[in-house]
Design a protein around this ligand. Structure first.
Ligand SMILES: Nc1ncnc2c1ncn2[C@@H]1O[C@H](COP(=O)(O)OP(=O)(O)OP(=O)(O)O)[C@@H](O)[C@H]1O
Ligand SMILES: [Mg+2]
Length: 380
């Protein structure tokens, strides 16, 4: 009797392990990114620290990767997750937020009272002279770092700054007359303090902002988040389902790979919605029609689709992408730069035809069928 009740409960509450939309905070649903993760980990922890700039289009997994780093960095490393969104974008808001959060975190680790942050920092406003603000900020930062070094001489703070677009973009739409010193100050801090390393994450559009004129140019090493490998995508489809006793049919897996183009987000969305359908029918296997139906749902729900990625592209990129959605495009000297950028964003892939013959040519074609269908529906 007891067992029967448990069975019924298990069916009605069948678990759906897939997560799409929210950043992943734990290991369980995180797949791939092994090379990227270990390179960044090595760089920010080695004696001669290296800073990183992670770029990837919307929903490529930037925030999830930062969380992975956060959970892996153990003392003497002190990871600090920073979102300009949560602190405010202005110079004093951003750096004060950072200092307060850091102080709390160090307090937790060191376990003894640290001096309060300076009155000047605590009460700074947009009118506060930036030079003075920076002076007191550095003084406070030194105190915190000294507090840390009493626990370990190896201690280092690792700033994990998400949504860097806000930091690197215009200071604020409201007030463009105020010069923006945030980038200069961040560079100064990273150069002046060995004990502070930094990983920035943002969309590929920030590469235009960190051009040669940016003070951050040259002190960051770039990491581009492309799609997962086919093998990793297959694992992402099959393993979570297996953990709840469900199998994806081979045909369904192949279809997910074609539709999602090995994008971790599309893969999770397709899997999650397909599994839901199987759960509704109390089936232990996910079939091809489940996947087809899920793709329809994704296309009908604006927020799932390509919209935000598309809007961030420049007109040249949009034009080439729209063309590849109709038919493969020959890569030549006039379009190769745009195509490389779209390849980096996991939107298109290059295919060589007639390799090693005089007829050899490289074609670019769209990567995820979902994107292709979305573009067709938009009529572009
Ligand atoms: N390594 C991964 N393994 C499995 N799924 C992933 C991975 N990375 C991202 N995802 C999927 O993509 C979704 C979005 O991830 P995340 O929020 O980290 O992306 P993002 O690049 O920070 O997006 P945004 O630009 O919107 O902030 C997750 O909810 C998850 O479904
Ligand atoms: Mg994010």
């Amino acid at each position: 009797m007891g067992n029967d009740v448990r069975t019924v409960y298990a069916i009605s509450q069948m678990e759906n392990p897939y997560i799409f939309g929210e950043p992943l905070r734990s290991d369980r649903m995180f797949f791939g990114r092994v090379a990227e993760r270990s390179e960044i980990f090595r760089g920010v922890t080695k004696a001669n620290k290296q800073n990183y700039l992670i770029t990837g289009p919307r929903r490529s997994g930037k925030t999830s990767l930062l969380y992975q780093l956060k959970t892996r960095l153990e003392f003497p490393f002190v990871p600090l997750m920073v979102t300009p969104e949560s602190f405010g974008h202005q110079h004093h808001e951003l750096f004060r937020g950072l200092l307060l959060r850091l102080r709390d975190q160090v307090l937790e680790i060191v376990g003894k009272e640290l001096p309060r942050i300076d009155w000047y920092i605590a009460n700074a406003s947009a009118e506060t002279p930036i030079d003075m603000f920076n002076y007191y900020f550095e003084k406070d930062l030194k105190k915190i770092l000294t507090g840390l070094s009493t626990v370990s001489s190896q201690a280092r703070v690792v700033l994990l700054i998400d949504e860097a677009t806000f930091l690197l973009g215009e200071s604020s739409e409201r007030d463009k007359r105020v010069p923006d010193f945030r980038q200069e100050f961040l560079r100064h801090l990273l150069q002046a303090f060995d004990r502070v390393a930094c990983v920035l994450a943002g969309t590929p559009q920030i590469l235009r902002m960190t051009s040669v004129t940016s003070p951050l140019y040259n002190i960051f090493s770039g990491i581009k988040l492309r799609g997962l490998s086919r093998y990793e995508t297959e694992q992402l489809v099959r393993e979570p389902a297996r953990s709840v006793g469900v199998e994806f049919e081979d045909e369904a897996v192949d279809r997910i790979i074609d539709l999602g183009g090995c994008s971790p987000y599309y893969t999770q969305a397709l899997c999650g919605l397909s599994l839901e359908r199987a759960n509704e029918d109390v089936r232990q296997s996910v079939l091809l029609p489940d996947v087809q139906q899920s793709a329809e749902t994704i296309l009908d729900t604006l927020d799932y689709g390509l919209q935000s990625v598309w809007e961030a592209l420049d007109p040249e990129e949009q034009e080439v992408l729209a063309k590849t959605a109709k038919e493969p495009v020959v890569v030549d000297r006039t379009n190769q730069d745009v195509i490389s950028r779209l390849v980096d964003m996991n939107l298109i892939q290059k295919i060589v035809r007639d390799a090693s013959t005089p007829a050899e040519r490289t074609f670019a074609s769209i990567k995820a069928e979902i994107d292709e269908q979305w573009l067709q529906r938009q009529g572009v």
